[in-house]
Write a protein that binds this ligand. Structure first.
Ligand SMILES: Nc1ncnc(NCCc2cnc(NC(=O)Nc3cccc(C(F)(F)F)c3)s2)c1Br
Length: 273
């Protein structure tokens, strides 16, 4: 029996049911695999667009990275196929749809709901970082909701494998070019910062460094101009956690393991995620 990962798929294997949404580069459809009746999401990407944006290597990396990931809070990418003009990603279907739409509808989330999402995302990132993968694009638009309302990280189009420094460190550095000796300009702690921004946005309905002009947002980020709006429904414990994640020096950001032990998470997150 060939599993969904190995088989050479074609569009004829699927019955396209309805559009689910449109993202960058293409549309997403609900589909049923005809033989197994397996419900999946299929993202259709136009080769022409991928080519003109020179992102083919990123797509290959996404498929490669995703093929090794198995976590309840990471959306599965089962495989892909292509035809003359398009590439098709075969994805796990997230029954409860896109989290950003939920956030728009609710304006902001309760502390219990926000903490439950943040704890689940922290567990997914601990798993990812354990595999030397950084997502680098954690934001509401890349989060989906499963059948029990559990949050799932999707879209690894911007993820990278970090150099496993131990490998380069124990070997001689002599033959490594400057950019490798400096290692990647950022490490897994970029995802901790993004999670802190997400936690703020879940509770206040807007991201912390929002500004009219890009240049203002840029300045507010580099200066970590973090101001909490006066909102009685947000506890000082939540602000304490966010303040420990939105730290300029990346090595000083609260490690994800410690986040899971923070009082605000312990008191508010639903353990089942
Ligand atoms: N209810 C739902 N249930 C399941 N999925 C849904 N939407 C799709 C979510 C995605 C998961 N993974 C993705 N990946 C990419 O888009 N990758 C991508 C795309 C273009 C270019 C590139 C690259 F070339 F730049 F890397 C990489 S989109 C929905 Br709504």
């Amino acid at each position: 029996k060939v599993s969904i990962e190995e088989k050479r798929w074609t569009l004829n294997d699927f019955e396209i049911r309805k559009p689910l949404g449109r993202g960058k580069f293409g549309h997403v459809y609900l589909a049923r695999e005809k033989k197994s009746n397996h419900i999946v999401a299929i993202k259709v990407l136009f080769k022409s667009q991928l080519k003109q944006s020179q992102v083919e290597h990123q797509l290959r990396r996404e498929v490669e990275i995703q093929s090794h990931l198995r976590h309840p809070n990471i959306l599965r990418l089962y495989g892909y196929f292509y035809d003359q003009t398009r590439v098709y990603l075969i994805l796990e279907y997230a029954n409860k749809g896109e989290l950003y739409k939920e956030l728009q509808k609710c304006k902001y989330f309760s502390e219990r709901r926000a903490a439950t999402y943040i704890a689940s995302l922290a567990r997914a990132l601990i798993y990812l970082h354990g595999k030397h993968v950084i997502h680098r694009d954690i934001k509401p638009e890349n989060l989906l909701l499963g059948v029990q309302g559990e949050v799932k990280i999707a879209d690894f189009g911007w993820s990278v494998h970090t150099f496993n420094r131990r490998r380069t460190m124990c070997g001689t550095l002599d033959y490594l070019p400057p950019e490798m000796v400096e290692s990647v300009e950022h490490d897994a702690s970029v995802d901790i910062w993004s999670l802190g921004v997400l936690c703020f946005e879940f509770l206040y309905g807007v991201p912390p460094f929002e500004a009219k002009e890009h240049s203002d947002t840029y300045r507010r980020i580099v200066e970590v101009d973090l101001k909490f709006p006066p909102k009685p429904t947000v506890s000082s414990s939540a602000k304490d956690l966010i303040s420990q994640m939105l730290v300029k020096e990346s090595s000083q950001r609260l490690p994800l393991i410690k986040l899971l032990e923070h009082p605000w998470i312990i008191q508010n997150a639903d353990p089942s995620g």
